[in-house]
Design a protein around this ligand. Sequence first.
Ligand code: ADP
Length: 392
Amino acid sequence: MKNKMGQTIPAAVLEDNNPIKLLKDINDLTVEDVVVIYAYAEAIVETVREPIVILNEKLRIKTANKAFFDMFKVEKKETYDKSIFKLGNGQWDIPSLKRLLLKVLPENSVFNDFEVTHNFEDIGKRTMLLNARRIILEGHKTELILLAIEDATDKKEVEKKKDDFIEIASHELKTPLTSIKLIIDILQAQYQKTKEKKSIYLLGRLDKQVDRVNQLMGLFHNAYSAQTGKLSLQKEDFFIEDIIEEIVETFKYASAERTINSDNETKTKIYADKERVGQVITNLLTNAIKYSPHDKPINVKSKKTGVNIVISVQDFGIGIAKDQQKKIFERFYRTNKKPSKQNRGLGLGLYIADEIVKAHEGKFWIESKIRNGSTFFFSLPIHLEHVTKASD
Ligand code: ADP
């Protein structure tokens, strides 16, 4: 686009959030304005703490900011026009990074949080998170890639310590909790004999609380296993519909006031970890109950689609905003930071469920509308040998 004087206006200037565009009509821009914008952009890039590099289409470094030179302890003259893969003794020469960078320009793709752990010559072992975007300069043939680098070493270290702590704590608590359960059993048997109703009642409540602690420890342990890639699967052949029915029946019994419908199209044998798949369905049903009103039904369905079985849990509850639908699968993410007492949770259930489904080479998706309800879907592959005889 050109202004009244026939000067080309850079694409970036045309963006809605550009400070100058906000102040005046884009057609009135002068070269001086563009110089101001340039200085403004440069000041930001130089001030940010994250190293930023601009690459040309040959993946050679065109320019970099101060943070880049400070972090990697390199000089401008040995950096500019050098291929990123040759920089610092080829430390960025990582095949998966190369593949991603080569895709950014032709496919106009973006990548976020690509993790690189490397023993850098001058700064030692660091974990970096890389984000890349394509930049188009209007009126110029060249396209550029903006690569932002975040040093996540300390963050990773803290996360690892936290995960290790949770793992140790949940392991250490297991033994005393088992003893407590045992003692409760013994006491309950004694009070049954003497018919001490109040003590029996109190022991029942104590037992429930111990179960809750056990459940939380299990959640922590599962989240830790998923996070550290140690989620083990004990696969076996079973009919998925049997598990769905079993779980639905348990829920109907435990939440008698709720209407839970189940509709299983076929009988499909799958090869999967029965317990873990059950855990996913249980989590979805627990959430459907938690996040929808008592007078609204919940529908559980399973359907065979080609080589997959798709299981869905539908509720007519609070729904999930579009921008949060991906985030709810993150560890500890909850849409409501101040939930009511019955809606309390840790934000771990869906993270674990997603990891379980991924470990089975399946996937999760959601259809949801605020105040109208949500349907959670997940697919699981039907073991090849079961595809044809899936309804045997
Ligand atoms: P928890 O329910 O223990 O917080 P989850 O990982 O199971 O943890 O869920 C994460 C978040 O996703 C919940 O806190 C809630 O905000 C949202 N969510 C999950 N299921 C539903 C649902 N069926 N309807 C509305 N929001 C939901």
